[in-house]
Design a protein around this ligand. Structure first.
Ligand SMILES: *Cc1c(COP(=O)(O)O)cnc(C)c1O
Length: 366
């Protein structure tokens, strides 16, 4: 049996349906900020539960433009977690700001108890990452935001439809940032991203920033960027967005099945803490495992595409050298990096495939 990590071939088997929609777009020539983008933005805002959603070129740009929209300037400090995908930190640096890391909890998300002592006069925002589809502790984070008057930019790139107390990721902060990258839970045929917000002011800024700061054809309000969501990609997004709950529910079903089996192996593997008030959407199914590297190669040898997200925390990456961090600064993240493993959990797997993965993990430890 094969258990693949990527499911794109299966997912777009009936691509001809999308081709028909693309055909209509090509006949209209409506490529830049066309009608499919507006339609997608409305559907996305409704899905997440915000007043506005603004389509941009990528999840990275969703973060970067959010930082620009709240007025981040060179020298500002932005707090985030060191276990995220590099893009979170890349966006902070691209905006001219300095990333300040705070260690994570046993849910792999930023530890609110540690945020407070990282706040300085220069702190201008916090970016909690809903890592792996695990929503961060938004209640505590929003309390801190209120106390210190700090805007929150949610990195929800891995967390479409995740929620805390039934409130969706991407609705807590000043903005929520989502990626439509081919490997994300709601995906298109290349790069794409979208920002959610309830602020009309922030929406207006984002609309300017993504399109050269153009107020209309001839008038430039501010210097901006070119970071539009392509009409072509919005067509694909419009096709898939109605499947988000089905995609999410299947991932949750497989994750629950893994959780039950992994609980039986508790001498060897540790499931991240699961809170009853949170909805986890399992962009990644991650556990901590003893003898992780051996388990990884054992699973790979048995045609299971397990992976590690990620073996090197960001504060120890070469790119982060001049931030001045060292080994030992974030012990929880560092311990997780040594033992985490990601098992395939996507919506195109069968129950037999999930059980095969479980069987192989059991075989490895017996
Ligand atoms: C994928 C991802 C991004 C960046 O999204 P792109 O669309 O690839 O630019 C940012 N943050 C996190 C946590 C991600 O997983």
């Amino acid at each position: 049996m094969n258990v693949n990590y990527s499911y794109l071939k299966e997912q777009f088997k009936d691509y001809k349906v999308i081709f028909r929609e693309l055909g209509k777009l090509i006949e209209s020539g409506d490529y830049t900020l066309g009608k499919p983008v507006t339609v997608f933005e409305r559907k996305f805002a409704d899905l997440i539960g915000t007043q506005h959603a603004i389509g941009v070129n990528s999840g990275t740009d969703a973060l970067f433009l959010s930082l620009k929209a709240i007025g981040i300037e060179p020298g500002d400090e932005i707090i985030t977690a060191p276990n995220t995908f590099i893009a979170t930190v890349g966006a902070i640096v691209a905006a001219g700001a300095r990333p300040v890391f705070v260690d994570v909890t046993d849910e792999y998300t930023i530890n609110p108890e540690l945020i407070e002592r990282a706040i300085t006069k220069r702190t201008k925002a916090i970016i909690p990452v809903h890592y792996a589809g695990h929503p961060a502790d938004m209640k505590d984070i929003m309390n801190l935001a209120d106390k210190y008057g700090l805007p929150i930019i949610e990195d929800a790139c891995q967390a479409i439809s995740a929620a805390v107390n039934k409130k969706a990721a991407g609705t807590f902060g000043t903005t929520g940032c989502f990626s439509l990258h081919p490997l994300k839970n709601l995906n298109v045929w290349g790069d794409g991203g979208i920002v959610t917000t309830n602020s009309a002011k922030v929406r207006d800024k984002l609309i300017l920033f993504r399109n050269h700061g153009l107020k209309d054809r001839d008038n430039v309000g501010i210097f901006g960027y070119n970071s539009r969501l392509d009409s072509l990609q919005a067509v694909v997004g419009n096709y898939l967005i109605s499947s988000v709950s089905e995609i999410t529910n299947t991932r949750i079903k497989w994750a629950n099945r893994y959780d039950l089996a992994m609980a039986r192996l508790k001498d060897f593997v540790t499931i991240p803490r699961r809170r009853p008030n949170k909805k986890y959407v399992y962009h990644l199914y991650i556990i901590m495992a003893k003898r992780r590297n051996q388990l990884l190669s054992y699973l790979n040898k048995n045609n299971i595409e397990a992976k590690v997200h990620y073996p090197i925390p960001l504060h120890l990456q070469k790119a982060a050298r001049n931030l001045g961090y060292k080994k030992g600064d974030f012990p929880v993240t560092e311990a997780q990096c040594k033992s985490i493993i990601t098992l395939p959990v996507h919506q195109h797997l069968s129950c037999e495939q999930i059980d095969y993965v479980i069987q192989k993990v059991e075989d490895f430890y017996s």
